[in-house]
Design a protein around this ligand. Structure first.
Ligand code: HEC
Length: 141
């Protein structure tokens, strides 16, 4: 009788071992899956600033210079066609313009028929000079 009892005990302890083993390996599998998920899941990247705002920033000249005055005038009179960053919109990009100051001055004062309004009546010579200084400050980067 005693030997049968031992046998039963042995069997049940084997079963318990099997259950424990099963549970442990199950947990390990969950753990591995979780770890893999951690590795594979891409980390949230901070959104890069849109290039347009960077370009706009680079078009803003230092304060208290003719270029800065020109930039203010540009935002009021020209930006809706040439873009806030002077990179062009309806009007062309003004970066790296090769025309002479006299030619630019004439374009601003007299306009371009059917393309660009004339500003001769609205802007003073100082204003036009400031606008040219601003256009010249635009680096063709
Ligand atoms: C109504 C839209 C409009 C406004 C406002 C405007 N422009 Fe223009 N501008 C144009 C267009 C369009 C052209 C191109 C015309 C062409 O190529 O025939 C142009 C051409 C020019 C050019 C010659 C560019 C080149 O490479 O030949 C200069 C310089 C210029 N604009 C400066 C200015 C300035 C400075 C102001 C503000 C005082 C201004 N524009 C306002 C539309 C505009």
């Amino acid at each position: 009788m005693k030997s049968l009892e031992t046998l039963v005990n042995m069997r049940s302890s084997l079963e318990i071992k099997a259950i424990i083993l099963g549970t442990v390996s199950g947990l390990a599998a969950v753990g591995i899956a979780f770890a893999a998920g951690e590795i594979i899941r891409p980390k949230a990247q901070p959104q890069p600033r849109p290039p347009s705002s960077l370009a706009e920033k680079s078009a803003i000249p230092p304060a208290d210079t003719p270029e800065q005055q020109g930039y203010s005038l540009f935002l009021l009179n020209c930006a809706h066609c040439h873009g806030n960053d002077a990179r062009g919109d309806e009007g062309p990009d003004l970066h790296g313009i090769t025309k002479s100051d006299a030619r630019i001055s004439s374009i601003i004062k007299n306009g371009i028929k059917g393309e660009m309004p004339k500003f001769g009546a609205k802007l003073t010579d100082t204003d036009v000079a400031a606008l040219i200084a601003f256009v010249r400050s635009l680096k063709d980067s």
